[in-house]
Design a protein around this ligand. Structure first.
Ligand code: ATP
Ligand code: MG
Ligand code: FE
Length: 356
């Protein structure tokens, strides 16, 4: 089976061609991503109108490029998978409508994919993971701990009650005068900082529920910065290092509880349990060290797919479509609608306009 995947939910326009074989393994035939970072950086964040327009302008030629690079014609494609949500509605409309048009013109089935499902299933393509496993998604828009039980079968165990983790990095960078996107800038500054200088809050640590909260941390950073005048580069480094340390400690507690819950719910699971990380913040080395040591302590395998498959891409959308096909789950009808909000555990298949 071979699928064309389309992703336009945020600020990356992406197209990919992916194959899946009978033994359940897959192969990336082409993976094309165009980041809109430059277009948004002047505004310090993603501007929805600019994003939607950029998707319109880029998508057709990206799809063509993916087909050419994979040496595939549309005739040789078995289905089309396009992100239908969650995300910015303008971009979702562009990608899903394009997917529908190709499906309509070629008569191939359409899979309207949940973007979060794409992130959740990537580790099965890259590392051949078997169900069930835990996934931590940490990006600019999401912070979720999800139990991945099967294709289309997800349970959200924890989510942020305010800012996403990537958002906390971006806002912290902004108020320290560091460039956008904030994550890489904060990590770089932190490398030469004293992580013990500031004792920033560790929200929700110790609580039984598995949720996250990062807005208080951002406020504490602001207060720390305001308490110093003038702020030197060393101060900024110390704040960034202390900020990352607070996050590490918080995740250590929150995710640690998640791992314990997993072991309690699946005592008879065969093989080593696994924690998968996804999303742009997964690039952060301290976060990786924290999760690795946490997994070592709890007897989990820590899986971090390659960086370009952790951030937004169309490979994961194509793969999610292939997984649904392989499992015999139905495709979607052409009246399926994009959804800016679409929780993963509300059902992976589009609830609106769902095909037979
Ligand atoms: P989504 O819709 O999936 O949330 P997004 O575009 O907001 O999409 P990604 O592209 O997956 O998210 O990731 C971008 C986020 O990752 C930004 O908030 C950025 O600051 C953060 N990030 C990137 N690199 C690092 C890093 N090294 N350390 C911490 N955060 C990082
Ligand atoms: Mg992005
Ligand atoms: Fe994403």
């Amino acid at each position: 089976l071979r699928i064309l995947g389309i992703e336009t939910s945020c600020d990356e326009t992406a197209a990919a061609v992916v194959s899946r074989f009978e033994d359940g393994t897959g192969r990336i035939e082409a993976d094309v991503v165009l980041s809109q970072l430059d277009e948004h950086s002047a505004y310090g964040g993603v501007v929805p109108e600019i994003a939607a327009r950029a998707h319109v302008e880029a998508l057709d030629s990206l799809i063509e490029e993916a087909l050419v690079r994979s040496g595939t014609t549309l005739d040789e494609i078995d289905a089309i998978a396009a992100t239908a949500g969650p995300g910015l509605i303008g971009g979702l409309i562009v990608g899903l409508m394009t997917g529908k048009a190709i499906a309509h013109a070629t008569g191939k089935p359409l899979y309207a994919v949940n973007h979060l499902e794409g992130h959740a299933l990537t580790a099965r393509l890259t590392d051949g993971l078997s169900f069930p496993y835990l996934m931590l998604l940490v990006s600019g828009g999401h912070t979720q701990l999800v139990l991945v039980r099967g294709v289309g079968d997800y349970e959200r165990w924890g989510t942020t009650i305010d800012d996403a983790l990537g958002e906390a990095f971006d806002k912290t960078a902004k108020l320290l005068g560091l460039p956008y996107p904030g994550g890489p800038a904060v990590e770089k500054a932190a490398a030469s900082g004293d992580a013990k200088r500031f004792n920033f809050p560790r929200p929700l640590v110790g609580e039984a529920r598995l949720d996250f909260s990062f807005s208080g941390l951002k406020t504490a950073v602001r207060q720390a910065a305001e308490g110093i005048a003038p702020v030197t580069d060393q101060d900024i480094s110390d704040i960034c290092a202390s900020f990352q340390r607070a996050i590490s400690r918080t995740l250590d507690d929150r995710i640690g509880r998640g791992l314990q819950r997993f072991l309690a719910e699946f005592p008879d699971r065969e093989g080593m349990p696994a924690l998968v990380v996804a999303g742009g913040v997964a690039a952060n080395q301290e976060l990786r060290r924290t999760l690795q040591s946490l997994c070592d302590r709890h007897g989990f395998r820590f899986v971090a797919p390659p960086h370009h498959l952790c951030t937004d891409n169309a490979v994961m959308i194509a793969w999610a479509g292939l997984e649904r096909m392989g499992t015999g789950l139905p495709s979607d009808t052409l009246d399926v609608q994009p959804r800016s909000r679409w929780p993963l555990d509300a059902g992976a298949q589009a609830v609106i306009g769902h095909g037979k």
